[in-house]
Write a protein that binds this ligand. Structure first.
Ligand SMILES: [Zn+2]
Ligand SMILES: [Zn+2]
Length: 117
């Protein structure tokens, strides 16, 4: 059971996804949201992998914590801040992100606190 989140944009883009480890003991697996800017695919990948590819078009994809996917506004807080290993923390802020559908900085993440089976 890992917490689920929402990504929602004004254009109608909406996806429910889960962030985190499949089990607490699984130290080398941490699912985080990623995007392919070529075909607009939103998907989850293991944050512990260095290079990620789009499952659809196989081009290089990006995790949503990469700064160029954030709008320039100041965040009003964090949606999730998770220590992945000793050095890296995966953070999603309460601010606008690049939407894979309309390609505008108008997508937001929400922590539902809902648990997924
Ligand atoms: Zn793609
Ligand atoms: Zn959009």
């Amino acid at each position: 059971m890992i917490p689920s989140f929402l990504a929602e944009c004004k254009c109608g883009f909406l996806v429910v996804f889960a962030v985190g480890r499949p089990t607490p003991k699984n130290r080398y697996t941490f699912y985080a949201p990623a995007v392919c800017l070529d075909c607009g695919e939103f998907f989850l990948r293991n944050y512990c992998s260095v290079f990620i590819k789009c499952p659809k078009c196989r081009k290089k994809a990006h995790f949503y914590d990469e700064p160029f996917l954030h709008s320039k506004e100041i965040a009003v807080g964090t949606v999730v801040s998770w220590l992945v290993d000793e050095e890296r923390r995966f953070i999603l802020y309460k601010k606008n992100y690049l939407c894979p559908k309309c390609k505008q900085f108008s997508m937001k993440f929400f922590g539902g606190g809902i648990l997924v089976d």
